[in-house]
Design a protein around this ligand. Sequence first.
Ligand code: CA
Ligand code: CA
Ligand code: CA
Length: 151
Amino acid sequence: MTRFSAVASVFAAAIALGITPVQAAGVPGQHFIENWDLSGDGIVSLAEVIERRGDIFLTFDADENGFIDAQEYVAFDEARAEDMKGQGGANGHGKGAMKNMSEGMTLAFNDANQDGQVSRDEFLGAVDRWMELVDRDGDNAITPADFGPKK
Ligand SMILES: [Ca+2]
Ligand SMILES: [Ca+2]
Ligand SMILES: [Ca+2]
């Protein structure tokens, strides 16, 4: 793989995450919501979170064996690191929420049985704990209110 295609694939992966470095000005979290809101109603429901996490799992389970192992996690971690670089916009609003979001994607966070890899069940089973991190107002959906500065 050339250096360019490696970078391109990480970027493609960041797009798959729906949290690319392109941060729309204005509404905190808008870019994330646009990418994760499958129904187009402006909020990301719990069902949409589960569906999108399922998509992400498929994206990073490169050999499609039903687990994201430590090696596959390297690409996943790189994609998220690339994404985080772009999140320090003019005012930094939403940065903390994006950090929580990224932390909730890590191997350590999702590997419930601690066997060093994350199964699809583990990844989707972590949704409740992930929502606790990112759903600040506790309405069981992700909206711009969850990205604003802490009150
Ligand atoms: Ca795999
Ligand atoms: Ca595991
Ligand atoms: Ca919320």
